[in-house]
Design a protein. Structure first.
Length: 337
């Protein structure tokens, strides 16, 4: 392996799989790491790995990143250019039932990755944050220049902690690190715990769909191909250092260290009932809808401010919700045929 090799953690996950496939199709060497836990059906994760396994330049290691020795071996045995850290315990609602999983995966696991990058002098660490870090913010669109010190779920708090941990390593050791706050990613091979998949399954099986906040919800749905294009471009865009502002303060999205935060979103929030309507059309079946109150840890609307990303990286997410739902349903039908 060489500095051209990309290490992707969470390679059996939704975004990790899609990114690995894109890089492999472009001829890159990819080492994928994943614990293949049972947070959702491991069969889907194994099916993704089967697809990646068809590429000669793909190697996979089943590793729990909270196991320090195992992560040390990955970095000792491999020489990586960029590291894309997408592995995490995901889900806002699950964090209410199983908080310790987030401590192990999102904090201990991330620290082990940071240590590996530090000692092996990795060229660029790109890591997944989340729109959940905006927490109690009511100012829309959500901006990377906003303060995000009021998380409303443990999951969000761990993602905010990841941003701070990466900044500390950038400051102390000069590790170039870029954090990406993903907004409601959907599409083929998506996660079964996400709204798009849940709705499609319920409609197909004639089961009711629960719309929280009595349907008064808007989400910045972002199609997977656009997300992968964004991440691929960020990999080669090393973060620069930013000067202090005239008042002596730093902007929350940048630093005097080589560290940067971007939103990865569509900047076009869609009403959740509109998504249900599109799924009904593509599936040819009507949904049974239950309007229920807001749930703990949730917010009524998300919207990504993406001006910084477009300026620095030169890309804007372009897939319409109509096209994205159509492609997702086509995959869903094939996978579950």
């Amino acid at each position: 392996m060489s500095q051209d090799t990309v290490l992707i953690t969470g390679a059996a996950g939704f975004i990790g799989f899609a990114l690995a496939r894109r890089l492999l199709e472009a001829g890159r060497v990819v080492v994928g790491v994943d614990s293949i836990n049972d947070y959702y059906d491991p069969a889907l994760k194994k099916a993704r790995l089967t697809v990646l396994g068809e590429f000669r330049k793909f190697a996979f290691q089943k590793v729990d990143l909270s196991e320090r020795g195992a992560v040390e071996r990955i970095f000792a045995e491999g020489e990586f250019g960029p590291v894309v850290h997408l592995a995490a315990q995901a889900g806002v609602r699950y964090s209410l039932q199983n908080p310790h999983a987030y401590l192990d995966a999102n904090l201990a696991g991330f620290l082990n990755i940071l240590e590996g990058c530090r000692h092996r002098k990795t060229g660029h660490l790109v890591f997944a944050s989340s729109s959940s870090v905006y927490g109690g913010n009511t100012h829309l669109p959500f901006s990377v220049h906003d303060n995000v010190d009021h998380p409303i779920s443990l999951y969000a708090a761990t993602k905010k902690a990841n941003e701070l941990m990466a900044h500390a390593y950038s400051h102390l050791y000069g590790l170039p690190a870029t954090g990406l706050r993903f907004f409601t990613v959907y599409g083929p091979w998506g996660r079964p715990d996400m709204a798009m998949y849940i709705f499609a399954k319920a409609i197909s099986e004639g089961q009711p769909i629960r719309l929280f906040n009595r349907g008064e919800m808007r989400r910045d749905f972002t199609y997977i191909d656009d997300v992968v294009e964004a991440v691929e471009r960020v990999i080669t865009k090393l973060p620069g250092k930013t000067e202090l502002q005239s008042n002596g303060n730093l902007d929350p999205s940048s630093s005097t260290a080589p560290w940067r935060i971007y939103n990865i979103g569509n900047n076009r929030p869609i009403e959740v009932p509109r998504v249900v309507t599109l799924l009904e059309h593509e599936l040819g079946r009507k949904a049974k809808i239950e309007l229920v109150p807001m749930q703990p840890g949730d917010v009524p609307e998300t919207c990504a401010e993406i001006d910084d990303f477009m300026r620095d990286v030169g890309f804007r997410q372009a897939t319409s919700i109509e096209e994205g739902v159509r492609k997702f349903v086509a995959w869903y039908r094939q996978y579950h045929r």
